[in-house]
Ligand binder design. Structure first.
Ligand code: PMP
Length: 340
C-alpha cells in the first residue's frame, strides 16, 4: 500500500480494468483506464491539476487567486477540488443543459457557478468565450488576480496525458498495447495519450470515437469539419480543431450512435458492476470497433471517463430515455424493493 500525500497526489495512477464481455465478444483484451477512480471521479482531474501547476510555474496564478473556466462540469469539479487543496478559488461558467448532479457537486465543492444558456461556439455568449471575458474582468478586480484555465486551447491539458495517462498505460502493460481509443471533449485525453503511446511505439493504432453532432468523425475521415445529428452524451462532441487536438495522431475514426453507446453503459453496469457515464459508452463502443478492425489477439485500451451517478437524472432516468427514444434497461423499471 502506498500513502498519497494529499488530494493532488491522489490524482492519476488509476488501474486498467479488463472489460470481460467486450474482450470475450472480440477475442481481444479490451481494457478500461479507470479514470472514474480519480478523487473528482473523472478523467478531468488530471487536466485540472496540470493547468493549475502550469499557471503557477508561469507566475500567472498567485496564492489566493481565482481560477475561471467554462466547463461541462467535470473539469470544473477537478479544478474546484484541486483549488481547495492548494488555496485558490474557482468561478465556473456552465451551460444550463448539463446535469443537475454535476452542478450540485460544483456547488458542494465551493465553486461559484455561472449558469448560461447553451449556445453554439460561434456565438459571443457561448460559455467558453464568456468564461474568457469573465477571467479578464476578474483579473482587474480580484486582489490576488485571476486566470482563465482555457482547457480547450491550453495545451497544459494534453500535457497531463503525455506525462501521466500515456506512460501509465505503457508501463502497466509492459509496452504490450496495440490500440488506444478515446472520445473528444477538448481533445486532451485523445491527443496526449496517443502522443505518449506513439512516441514509445509507432505501431500503436489510435482511434477517435465520436458521438453524432460532433464534427471530428467527418474531419478525420474526409478532412472536412461537418456535424450532423445530436447526442445525449455530456462532456464530449467537438466542432473544431482545438489547440489540444492539433497534430493528434489519429489512424481510425468511428461515429457511435447513442442507441449503441447507451446499451454499452447499461451492459457494463448490469453485467460487470461498472457504473459509468455516457462518454464511456462511446469509448467502449469505439474499442470494440477497433478490436474488429485489428482482429483477435490484440490489446486495446480505452478510457472509463467518469462515474455514472453524475447522470442519474438523465442517462439513468427511464422518462428521459423514452423522451429521446432510447432503450430503457429493465432493472430501471423495477420497483426499488424486493418482496421476501
Ligand atoms: N468524458 C467526459 C464525461 C468528459 O467530461 C470529458 C471532458 N469534457 C471527456 C470525456 C473528454 O475529455 P477531453 O476533454 O480530454 O477530450
Amino acid at each position: 500500500m502506498q500513502v498519497r500525500s494529499g488530494l493532488v497526489d491522489a490524482i492519476g495512477r488509476t488501474p486498467l480494468i479488463r472489460l470481460n464481455r467486450a474482450s470475450e465478444a472480440t477475442g481481444c483484451e479490451i481494457l478500461g483506464k479507470a479514470e472514474f477512480m480519480n478523487p473528482g471521479q473523472s478523467v478531468k482531474d488530471r487536466a485540472a491539476l496540470w493547468i493549475i501547476r502550469d499557471a503557477e510555474k508561469r507566475g500567472a496564478l498567485r496564492p489566493g487567486g481565482v481560477i475561471v473556466e467554462g466547463t461541462a462540469g467535470n473539469t470544473g469539479i477537478g479544478l474546484a477540488l484541486v483549488a481547495n487543496a492548494l488555496g485558490y478559488r474557482t468561478v465556473i461558467v456552465i451551460p444550463d443543459t448539463q446535469s443537475d448532479e454535476k452542478k450540485q457537486m460544483l456547488r458542494l465543492a465551493g465553486a461559484e457557478l455561472v449558469e448560461v444558456p447553451a449556445v453554439p461556439y460561434k456565438d459571443p455568449n457561448n460559455y467558453v468565450k464568456l468564461s474568457g471575458r469573465l477571467a479578464e474582468e476578474l483579473a482587474k478586480t480580484e486582489a490576488n488576480g485571476a486566470i482563465w484555465a482555457n482547457q480547450f486551447d491550453n495545451v497544459a491539458n494534453r500535457q497531463a496525458h503525455i506525462d501521466s495517462t500515456g506512460p501509465e498505460i505503457w508501463d502497466d502493460l509492459g509496452g504490450k498495447v496495440d490500440g488506444f481509443v478515446s472520445a473528444v471533449g477538448t481533445g486532451g485525453t485523445l491527443a496526449g495519450t496517443a502522443m505518449a503511446l506513439k512516441e514509445r511505439s509507432k505501431a500503436v493504432k489510435v482511434a477517435l470515437a465520436d458521438p453524432p453532432g460532433a464534427a471530428l468523425y467527418s474531419y478525420y475521415t474526409t478532412g472536412e469539419l461537418k456535424a450532423e445529428g445530436s447526442s445525449i452524451t455530456e462532456g464530449i462532441g467537438q466542432g473544431r480543431i482545438t489547440a489540444n487536438l492539433e497534430d493528434a495522431p489519429v489512424d481510425f475514426a468511428y461515429q457511435i450512435p447513442d442507441e449503441e453507446s447507451v446499451r454499452i453503459v447499461f451492459d457494463l453496469l448490469e453485467h460487470e458492476g461498472l457504473c459509468l457515464g455516457g462518454s464511456t459508452g462511446v469509448n467502449v463502443a469505439g474499442a470494440i470497433r477497433l478490436a474488429k478492425e485489428l482482429g483477435p489477439g490484440h490489446t486495446i485500451v480505452t478510457v472509463l471517463c467518469d462515474y455514472g451517478t453524475r447522470y442519474q437524472s438523465k442517462l439513468f432516468n427511464p422518462e428521459f430515455l423514452r423522451s429521446k427514444e432510447l432503450p430503457v434497461p429493465t432493472w430501471l423499471e423495477r420497483p426499488g424493493t424486493v418482496d421476501l
